[in-house]
Design a protein around this ligand. Structure first.
Ligand SMILES: Nc1ncnc2c1ncn2[C@@H]1O[C@H](COP(=O)(O)OP(=O)(O)OP(=O)(O)O)[C@@H](O)[C@H]1O
Length: 580
């Protein structure tokens, strides 16, 4: 498990205490974290305690699981996911009945739904869609928003009426449960062997408080392994804080070994040097990896019009592919979904022979917490040897959730999750429309399991939100989404190809060629986080994804709602550099 690591990385992996590992981009933090997990999984086999890996995106959690499987490590004691999934799985679902607000059932309001409710309220209050309002809670369990407190109260009332909780309330209720019932925190500390947190610099205060509440307990021997880089903190407008070692020690009531890694194994020296323009700390970084000696190409274009930019980007992609760069080693980025989604579509039509892994609107809301989403993915991912382990894990998760609703299906059956998979594999529908297909399969499955969906409040309310959400999305003409079952199945296909995503969506990843557009003041940084460092950090994250080629665009022709032209991001525009 230590092969392929340098001495600093080995030292971090072998450290038996609590660790705070900070280092520059490309220095191998994620590599070290993955090895640490594999190393501890191997050491931990007799203990049977759980190793938790908290990641920033679901994409990153899937990647950790994929890499752990490559080590041939037994991952049955590994849990990886975002902090919200962690709270739901380990705190809310098992213990929600202790909370009067939740004990009669609840459903998660996904970002789309919450944004819609907030958007309606903002217009009622005479605010614009872009006015920033905090839905977060403070560690004293008060609401953070002060100025528009009435609006937030009304928002929470609407959620409560519909028995919904939003993502900030997932954190709020989890923390409340831990505070009011210390035995939950004690049980968790006993259950866990290690909690790993990747990209810790973007952790919000309440998330620190939740972890602190677990670690502060005197029971068990759970350790923490935090990994991050304060220069890459890009969620400060959403409450992310890169705390210092001392502050964390105090809050968690532990001692931390502060460790560092040096050098960058990803990028060539030219890219690293260019990126110092956006560094907010003063460090020298040396290129150490395979790409160190290769030449780089860095371009910056601020003259191309927005209508011509897709063609320009398509040209770069075509040239890179003809140079032999694999499609998946090329990435097209922009600061917002609004820019990225149409770009994905345009590139696909301009380059029909090229494969793309582009974020787009999927026909189903990606509400991983809705139980019907969990059932749907089991029907939409076809059985195959490659998908077996993942589907078995999903099947187990589904059974756990049904258990937590008091629905003990397949009770006396050996290997329940395998049996459930077998039943699901035997069910299909002749419907061609995705939603009708799923509805029929769900009914067949729950008939087989002898569960009346309408009799169970949780299943019923989540059913409504699953189908209502999907219907609304499919009927929205702006989205122009395909309704057939094959398009639904594509949602879960691990498409390999040129990545088209937001800067936040590819955190922690790396590519030979990075093409970033929409580098415009008001989009990067957006109006809500208009500070010198916010823009610098985003640019730093974007540029540090690249191994050898970086193409930056501040396109012309984009205007604000009031008709003003966007101008290039200042922090990029003022860089003095002789571009290629
Ligand atoms: N000791 C090493 N020897 C060779 N290659 C390494 C070593 N450590 C890391 N790498 C490689 O360097 C690249 C960057 O590693 P990794 O993604 O873990 O860095 P990181 O510090 O997490 O970066 P970021 O903060 O930008 O996400 C990867 O391709 C990784 O495989």
């Amino acid at each position: 498990m230590l092969k392929g690591l340098n001495n600093q990385q080995i030292e971090a992996v072998k450290n038996e205490g609590n660790v705070l590992l900070t280092a520059c981009p490309g220095s191998g933090k994620t590599r070290t974290l993955t090895h640490k997990i594999a190393y501890e999984l191997e050491r931990n086999t007799s203990l049977k305690k759980v190793i938790i890996a908290v990641t920033f995106t679901n994409r990153a959690a899937d990647e950790i699981i994929r890499r752990i499987r490559e080590f041939n490590a037994d991952d049955s004691n590994l849990w990886a996911g975002t902090i919200h999934s962690f709270c739901l799985e380990w705190i809310i679902r098992p213990y929600y009945c202790y909370l009067s607000e939740l004990k009669n059932g609840f459903t998660i309001s996904d970002e789309y739904n919450s944004e819609r409710i907030l958007g309606d309220l903002k217009s009622q209050y005479g605010l614009s869609f872009f006015d920033s309002i905090s839905t977060r809670y403070l560690p004293n369990l008060e609401k953070e928003e002060v100025k528009y407190r009435d609006l937030i109260d009304e928002y929470h009332e609407i959620l409560a009426d519909e028995k919904l909780i939003d993502f900030d309330q997932i954190l709020y209720y989890s923390y409340k449960l831990l505070l009011e019932n210390p035995k939950i925190a004690r049980t968790l500390k006993n259950l866990f062997h290690l909690i790993c947190v990747d990209e810790y610099q973007d952790t919000q205060q309440l998330q620190y408080s939740i972890i602190a509440q677990i670690l502060k307990q005197k029971s068990g021997n759970c350790k923490i392994f935090l990994v991050g880089d304060s220069d890459q903190a890009i969620y400060s407008s959403l409450g992310g804080v890169a705390k210092e070692k001392l502050a964390i020690e105090k809050e968690f009531d532990i001692m931390l070994s502060g460790m560092e890694l040096s050098g960058n194994y990803r990028s060539n020296q030219q890219i690293i040097d260019f990126n110092t323009n956006f560094q907010t700390t003063d460090i020298n970084i040396e290129a150490l990896g395979f790409n160190a000696g290769h030449s780089a190409i860095i371009t910056y274009d601020k003259v191309t019009h927005k209508d011509a930019i897709a063609k320009q980007i398509a040209e770069i992609i075509k040239n890179k592919i003809s140079e032999g760069i694999p499609e998946k080693d090329i990435c097209v980025l922009a600061p917002t979904w609004f820019l990225v989604i149409p770009m994905g579509r345009k590139l696909k039509s301009l380059l029909p022979d090229v494969k793309f892994d582009a974020v787009g609107l999927s026909p189903l809301l990606k509400n991983r917490e809705n139980i019907w989403f969990k059932v749907a993915r089991l029907f939409l991912v076809e059985p195959s040897p490659k998908a077996f382990l993942t589907r078995k894990k999903w099947s187990k998760e589904l059974l756990n959730e049904l258990d937590s609703y008091g629905l003990l299906v397949l009770e006396n059956v050996e290997f329940r999750s395998k049996k459930l998979l077998k039943i699901i594999n035997s069910i299909s529908s002749d419907e061609n429309e995705g939603l009708k297909y799923l509805r029929e399969c769900f009914i067949k499955l729950f008939n087989y399991l002898n569960v009346e969906v309408n009799q169970n409040e949780q299943l019923h309310s989540q059913w409504e939100s699953f189908f209502d959400g999907a219907n609304k999305r499919l009927e929205n003409e702006e989205f122009a989404l395909a309704k057939d079952i094959e398009s639904f199945k594509k949602m879960f296909k691990n498409e390999e190809g040129v990545v088209v995503n937001t800067c936040h969506g590819i955190k922690g990843e790396e590519f030979d060629t990075v093409i970033a557009f929409g580098l415009l003041h008001g989009k990067l940084p957006n109006w809500n986080e208009n500070t010198e460092n916010a823009a610098k950090k985003l640019l730093y994250v974007i540029c540090s994804r690249s191994k050898r080629a970086l193409h930056l665009f501040s396109e012309t022709g984009r205007t604000t709602q009031s008709g003003r032209a966007y101008r290039p991001t200042d922090q990029l525009n003022r860089v003095q550099y002789i571009y290629d």
